[in-house]
Design a protein around this ligand. Structure first.
Ligand code: CU
Ligand code: ZN
Length: 167
């Protein structure tokens, strides 16, 4: 089976981008390992599975603020080398759209909405997203990064939902 390494950064993910997280793709699925950025302790895994025209995104993240809400997105560049993950660039936006949520007409392809943490700072999310793919082409997320933010994505403020630092 052909394997492709995808770098995930993320603010959460990438943990910082410190090594970066790696999105490991096996054709129809890919995984991003989230590592904390400097001064944070967020970690986790985000799995992407192609299902027809949509991609199922399953995230399991820990180290978040208890009961907090945290924006999560696929960012443009698979570069998590900066301590604050700024090297990951902005939201993955192959169609030059406005920022939005995980669903709806107006959204960046990389917009995944928010994670909602429980009392222990753990969050799980499973959603189906359109506009991205694991294959080739302009909307492929292979080699890009996943970032978790310190605050809530309001799903409307441009260009990034005002979700704060990359954790
Ligand atoms: Cu982001
Ligand atoms: Zn966005």
């Amino acid at each position: 089976m052909k394997s492709v390494w995808i770098l995930v950064c993320g603010c959460v993910l990438l943990a910082a981008c410190s090594g970066g997280g790696n999105i490991f793709s096996k054709k129809q699925s890919a995984t991003a390992i989230l590592a904390p950025t400097k001064g944070n302790s967020v970690s986790g895994t985000v799995n992407f599975t192609q299902k027809g025209d949509v991609v199922v995104v399953e995230a399991k993240v820990s180290g978040l603020k208890p009961e907090g809400t945290n924006g999560i997105h696929v960012h443009e560049k698979g570069n998590c080398t900066a301590a604050d993950a700024s090297s990951a660039g902005g939201h993955f936006n192959p169609y030059s759209s406005q920022h939005g949520g995980a669903t709806g007409e107006v959204r960046h392809a990389g917009d995944l909405g928010n994670l909602k943490a429980d009392a222990n700072g753990n969050a799980q999310m499973s959603i189906e997203v359109s506009g991205i793919s694991l294959g080739a082409g302009p909307n492929s997320i292979a080699g890009r990064s996943v970032i978790v933010h310190a605050g809530m994505d309001d799903l409307k403020t441009q260009p990034a939902g005002n979700s704060g630092a990359r954790v």
